[in-house]
Design a binder for this molecule. Structure first.
Ligand SMILES: Nc1ncnc2c1ncn2[C@@H]1O[C@H](COP(=O)(O)OP(=O)(O)OP(=O)(O)O)[C@@H](O)[C@H]1O
Length: 223
């Protein structure tokens, strides 16, 4: 469903990578690791169509990412839920409003009201629903960001360092949620520095480890 074929990317200077190939098949679970600055966030952005490859081809749901028009790109992005590194909430809106915002923007208010209680319960934030994002802990914010990412029922979940600033118990809780999503059939791609998290996942899910280093993507790396 997401396919990178000999992809290269440059922000204008030197090439960050050349000839990266990767296929995310439906229902797969991948961890993406590698040193800071290796280009993990950039690679994720290529995978959800936020950036276009400088060379090579990215196919999203069978279509070359370059061929998505403005309307199609909005539709395509609803099929991919993204948990951003910094969560990107609107701080003046209660967390519940932030979570349902994508559905409301899509004009699906009734669905937003109907789905919210179950979703809040799933991420364990029922009691925090009316709090503003700055009032939540790091772990709560990440779980809220995951709830927002899944509210449109996407087929793919992409998470960028979802456990970056949270403690181990919270990290494991978030990992459990990601594994549950994968067991429901969602395709999951998680960028992380946290090798303990990857080790913890190994006994729970059949995950593939990708390592980005020196402009190369190694697949199936052992820890
Ligand atoms: N918008 C941008 N313009 C120019 N250079 C950028 C931009 N975004 C990222 N870079 C550079 O591209 C390289 C890769 O950045 P990226 O954020 O993808 O790495 P990363 O592996 O996710 O790093 P980290 O683990 O620290 O989050 C870095 O050298 C970064 O400075």
């Amino acid at each position: 469903m997401i396919e990178l074929d000999n992809v290269g990317y440059s922000y204008g200077g030197a090439e960050l990578y050349a000839q990266i190939s990767l296929t995310l098949t439906p229902g797969s679970f991948h961890f993406l690791t590698g040193p800071s600055g290796a280009g993990k966030t950039t690679l994720l952005k290529l995978c959800y169509g936020e950036l276009l490859a400088t060379t090579g081809t990215v196919r999203l749901f069978g279509t070359d990412a370059r061929n998505y028009g403005r309307d199609d790109v909005a539709m395509m992005r609803r099929r991919i839920g993204v948990v951003h590194q910094d969560c990107q909430f609107l701080d003046h809106l209660p967390i519940a409003e932030n979570i349902v915002l994508p559905l409301k923007v899509a004009g699906r208010e009734a669905e937003a009201e109907a789905n919210l209680p179950d979703l809040l319960q799933w991420v364990g934030l029922t009691d925090q629903a009316q709090q503003l994002p700055p009032q939540l802990s790091g772990g709560e914010r990440q779980r809220a960001a995951l709830a927002r990412a899944v509210i449109m029922s996407p087929e793919v979940i992409i998470a960028d360092e979802p456990t970056g600033n949270i403690d181990w118990d919270m990290s494991q809780r978030l990992l459990t949620l990601l594994i549950e999503l994968n067991k429901m059939g969602k395709t999951v791609l998680v960028a992380t520095h946290d090798l303990n998290l990857i080790r913890a996942a190994k006994s729970e899910v059949s995950a593939r480890l990708l390592r980005l280093k020196g402009g190369r993507l190694q697949a199936g790396v052992e820890l």
